[in-house]
Design a protein around this ligand. Structure first.
Ligand code: ZN
Length: 296
């Protein structure tokens, strides 16, 4: 099923990284820069993430003894420092997720550099280290983003979709790993309802929305792959959804052959396996250097 399987540690059958993007209320401020600060409903919806949901999620992880990855815009780290402290105290990884959830495609290269590096500075100041992994807001990665990650010595990106398994992205300047995502593992489509940013969808029942993720997990488990959901505390961390996630975690943990780990650990393991001779696929970038169209 998978052409390039990885041998996971301790005989584990598959690897799992339940990643959370702690966007909090950055989304309303970046999308409505003039009046977002006074729109208390979306602000409150976002604040639920770092203040109510993240403590709930890490309590589950503590009880189960697992460490995972949380991506945080640096503005959210500054605004919710207790959340950063909690994640660090519990031993979870905090990845780079922009400064204020700005979309790389909406800014010039120089502006992107400025906000990217400002965000890294916040990580260094608050966590004591530069982040090793990156996820682009709304998955919007350009060739410039890849070049920046390579120039900054990042270990991995987790925003692209070219494989089920981790793969290398190589350019003339070097390499960065990709720990791939896809929409079937993202909680925005089933659970987000966000009128202010034009996202009006029927919210699905917890069991309906989560069922898709669990089916994705079973496929990864059967094939010896990697299950990498992209969740948001203010969506999947809500009470009824997290109760079901927690029950599901309790049940799969009894299988005893699933490796739950932060993305950084999974990435380092894949690199070690490649060094030992296992096949890891490489995508050569840039894919294109000029527009593809029907003109001459
Ligand atoms: Zn985000």
């Amino acid at each position: 099923m998978i052409q390039n399987p990885i041998t996971w540690p301790n005989g584990a059958r598959c690897a799992c990284a339940i990643t959370f993007d702690v966007d909090a209320d950055s989304l309303i401020h970046i999308s409505r820069p003039q009046d977002g600060f006074d729109r208390l409903n979306p602000i409150s919806m976002g604040r639920y993430g770092p203040t109510v949901a993240v403590p709930r999620i890490v309590e589950t992880y503590r009880r189960l003894g697992i460490k995972q990855t949380f991506f945080m815009p640096a503005w959210c780290m500054e605004t919710y420092p207790d959340t950063v402290d909690l994640l660090l105290k519990e031993g979870h990884e905090i990845g780079h997720h922009s400064y204020l959830h700005e979309d790389p495609c909406s800014h010039s290269g120089a502006e992107q550099d400025y906000w990217f590096d400002k965000a890294t500075d916040v990580h260094v100041k608050m966590t004591g280290r530069a982040p090793r992994g990156y996820r682009a807001p709304v998955y919007n990665v350009t060739q410039g983003v890849i070049d920046r990650l390579i120039a900054r010595n990042f270990l991995y990106d987790s925003s692209l979709m070219a494989d089920d398994m981790p793969y290398a992205m190589q350019t003339a300047a070097g390499e960065v790993m990709e720990l791939p995502v896809h929409w079937g593992n993202d909680d925005w489509p089933p659970f987000a309802h966000y009128a202010e940013i034009g996202y009006l969808m029927p919210v699905r029942a917890p069991s309906d929305g989560l069922r898709g993720f669990f089916e994705e997990f079973e496929a990864a488990y059967a094939a010896g792959g990697l299950w990498l959901p992209v969740l948001h505390p203010f969506l999947t961390g809500r009470l009824a959804r997290w109760q079901q996630m927690e029950r599901w975690l309790d049940s799969v943990m009894t299988r005893g052959d699933i490796w739950f780990a932060p993305l950084e650990d999974i990435c380092r393991h894949v690199l070690a396996q490649r060094a030992a001779g296992q096949t890891v696929r490489t995508e050569h970038l840039p894919y294109y250097t000029r527009p593809v169209h029907l003109g001459a």
